[in-house]
Design a protein around this ligand. Sequence first.
Ligand SMILES: NC(=O)c1ccc[n+]([C@@H]2O[C@H](COP(=O)([O-])OP(=O)(O)OC[C@H]3O[C@@H](n4cnc5c(N)ncnc54)[C@H](OP(=O)(O)O)[C@@H]3O)[C@@H](O)[C@H]2O)c1
Length: 330
Amino acid sequence: MRAAGAVSAQTVAVVGATGLVGGTLLRVLEERRFPVRELRLLASTRSSGARLRFRGQELDVRNAELAALEGADLVFFAAAAELSRSLAPAAAERGAVVIDKSGAWRMQEGVPLVVPEVNGAALRGHRGLIACPNCTTIGFVMALEPIRRAAGLRSVVVTTLQAVSGAGREGVEELEGHDHGVFPRRIAGNVVPQCESFREDGYTTEEAKLLHETRKILDLPELAVSMTCVRVPVVAGHSAAILVETERPLAPAEAEEALRAFPGVVVLSGNEYLTPAEIAGRDEVFVGRVRRDPGHPNRLWLWQVADNLRKGAATNAVQIAEALLNTGPL
Ligand SMILES: NC(=O)c1ccc[n+]([C@@H]2O[C@H](COP(=O)([O-])OP(=O)(O)OC[C@H]3O[C@@H](n4cnc5c(N)ncnc54)[C@H](OP(=O)(O)O)[C@@H]3O)[C@@H](O)[C@H]2O)c1
């Protein structure tokens, strides 16, 4: 793998460009005027012949293979984890900085797992491969970190309400009536307390990601996090009801103040809140309904919502690339 260094974003590749995250990445790169000299779009052989627009130009979609990544400075992986496992290390060895959206490398030692506002310093010393957290984890840690800085964290209990787009294009199609077998029960007009598959301990793989990724990002390996992940018939936007126990008592107004001061977080005061339909397409993480647990002075309830395809995926990945560009050699 390459030595630690900055991105000189000239030649950029997006693996999985035809997918929900890949398509959002293209929009975010355009919107944020990310410096790109050459853009390569890659997907599976199913997409051969497809063309996608970027900055007013139609670009061919190529087959995702190592040869197509030769000479790339920056590669975003937004495809299947198996593909990241097979191609990402080789791309990094050839000198690219890889930002991976899949779950392939997140818990790998030596691979930074980064939400720039929370643990951007973890990028220092990267070895060419950087992981982007799960879409649920990103909104969650963005809400927890300001509280942790204000009063310390003792434990967290969370129930997430996750949009179907979190399961990719086929998840959205399944809500529209196609049967791809993505969800374990009918999702239209329903709620399903199972995201992905069950492990032996009774938690789902999605719940395990939320626990372990949160601990890694916050660098709190023992943090008590207890979670239930629920799929809901919403197209975009993951929500979470969070009960956080702090080390020291924190009044709701103080918590709101800490959240308000944190970059990328928008706070709704008092009884106010936002819903997935209201924040779709936005990059911020929204927190509302901050209130004290009636049974405990150190516990607060929060309602948190973020667009899983934007801050939960594409925007966070582009922010990582921007951080590498802005700071020079890390
Ligand atoms: N959706 C979210 O909210 C979200 C958030 C965070 C992370 N992620 C992760 O991001 C990745 C992409 O998710 P998505 O929601 O964008 O999925 P998606 O809509 O199903 O798109 C998948 C993309 O991967 C490509 N692909 C799949 N298998 C491939 C293969 N064998 N070779 C080359 N390309 C292949 C597809 O190409 P074709 O069009 O040719 O099939 C498509 O471009 C996944 O790892 C997912 O876990 C998703």
